[in-house]
Design a protein. Structure first.
Length: 132
């Protein structure tokens, strides 16, 4: 069985057009923002980037590359990168069309905020009973 990172690389190569280049660039930015990111392959062929939980998915459609942040509604987005799925209570997405380029610095900051959010949501350890 192939590793998720190999499957993502294969998907990028198969796309072969602007969508492949866009997905490759966004993948590179995600890895730069968080070198410890885990790449996964879920839901019948969706690239997923995780760190203590899902950060975002990277889907490619005919006219758009969509990066959906699992907890995007909880993230500050001062650069207003989110432009899709804005009505949801949890997720937010960035739709990238041919010829568009996402601000790399702002995107990496968004990824880092998603990593921080996932890290802050760890279950708190149970309090030990006081001994008498």
């Amino acid at each position: 069985m192939k590793k998720a990172s190999e499957l993502i690389s294969k998907r990028i190569a198969e796309l072969g057009d602007w969508r492949g280049k866009t997905l490759a660039r966004m993948r590179k930015l995600i890895r730069e923002a968080n070198p410890e990111v885990v790449e996964e392959w879920k839901w019948m062929g969706t690239p997923v980037w995780s760190h203590e939980g899902i950060l975002c998915t990277g889907e490619s459609y005919k006219n758009v590359v969509k990066l959906t942040f699992a907890k995007g509604a909880l993230l500050k987005d001062p650069a207003r990168l989110f432009n899709s799925s804005l009505e949801g209570n949890v997720r937010r997405a960035i739709d990238i069309h041919e010829g568009e380029e996402v601000d790399g610095t702002a995107f990496k900051a968004l990824v880092r905020r998603a990593v921080a959010l996932n890290g802050s949501r760890k279950p708190k350890p149970a309090k030990k009973a006081k001994s008498r």
